[in-house]
Design a protein around this ligand. Structure first.
Ligand SMILES: C[S@@+](CC[C@H](N)C(=O)[O-])C[C@H]1O[C@@H](n2cnc3c(N)ncnc32)[C@H](O)[C@@H]1O
Length: 306
């Protein structure tokens, strides 16, 4: 691989990526995604590239410069991904097994609700949303009508909130960067219970933004959830262009985008309940929207075909 006109052996990149991932909460991350962040970091530090290329791996590991690089990339990864996992995430396999047992015994998803909740508690975003799920989907369907086809972008564990959706015949496509979530979701969709026909695929939004045809190629659907995704996306790029590309190209009529009105950890809010840029974007593109707030999350339901 070439970085700033210097030939960087793939084996060195792979070794650094592996060192970065030596933390339990980062182990599941996609190699390509970590590589992308590492290359970005190195591109900003030409002297560090020369330093790494000059040194033997064994001496390199002990150097302060190398340790600093590893720490810095880890910090960025935690910011975009790692912080969304709760301490419970290691239990996910067992919890999925318990859910399977429970759903096989009933025809009514609500009968297994405690098992769904246990899984939802293993991810910060869905844990924070537990109190509002009973109301959330009814508020959305009131505007959009019940969908037959849903796309849930960077879904995390949100598909486990299915019992509250009140749907009984839905094609559900979940995308996620994190391969562990994708695998877990596909095992869950394999239950094929209650009219939920699901599929999870890996999708890096950084790539999809650069190649909007990746978004246009998703199956044409009724509603797309972008729950707490746009702020994450914008960590990487200034401005709202990436969010706009995503909203405009995803092949649905309705986009439901949400934002935290508080920062993770419950600190005093810096984020407001409204995002004026979304409202201005809708006006400019001829979309209409409805806005509502439930607890600590603000929702925009955008109609792209008013
Ligand atoms: C705040 S969580 C929201 C999860 C889910 N939508 C919800 O609200 O329950 C943000 C999600 O974005 C995903 N993510 C981070 N960077 C991404 C990228 N470059 N491409 C796709 N997804 C990404 C993370 O894996 C994480 O699951």
């Amino acid at each position: 691989m070439e970085i700033l006109n210097r030939e960087f052996p793939d084996s060195s990149i792979a070794r650094i990526v592996s060192d970065i991932k030596q933390k339990p909460e980062l182990r599941a991350l996609d190699e390509a995604f970590v590589t992308e962040l590492l290359v970005k970091e190195l591109t900003q530090a030409p002297k560090l590239i020369d330093f790494i290329l000059k040194h033997e791996p064994r001496t390199l590991d002990r150097s302060e410069k190398y340790k600093k690089l590893i720490k810095s990339v880890r910090a960025k990864l935690r910011k975009t991904y790692g912080m969304f996992l709760t301490k419970e995430f290691r239990k996910q396999k067992r919890l999925l097994h318990d859910l399977r047992e429970a759903v096989l015994k009933t025809d009514i998803p609500m009968h297994a609700i405690e098992k769904y909740k246990a899984l939802l508690r293993t991810h910060v975003s869905t844990k924070e949303r537990l109190d509002i799920y009973p109301e959330l989907y009814w508020k959305i369907w009131e505007i959009t009508a019940k969908p037959r086809k849903v796309i849930d972008i960077s879904a995390g564990l949100n598909p486990f909130s299915f019992p509250w959706m009140g749907l009984n015949n839905v094609d559900y496509l979940a995308t996620e960067l994190n391969k562990t979530d994708v695998d877990l979701l596909n095992e869950y969709f394999e239950f094929k219970r209650f009219g939920l026909y699901g599929l999870a695929i890996q999708l890096d939004l950084q790539q999809a933004i650069k190649r909007p045809e990746m978004l246009q190629g998703l199956p044409k659907s009724d509603v797309c959830f972008l729950f707490k995704v746009l702020d994450t996306l914008e960590e990487f790029a200034k401005g709202h262009k990436a969010s706009e590309v995503l909203i405009a190209n995803v092949p649905v009529r309705w986009v439901v985008a949400s934002f935290p009105t508080r920062t993770i950890g419950g600190k005093r809010s810096m984020s407001s309940k409204k995002r004026t840029w979304i409202e201005q974007m809708c006006k400019r593109l001829g979309y209409t929207f409805k806005h509502f707030v439930l607890k600590n999350e603000a929702f925009y339901v955008i109609d792209k075909q008013p």
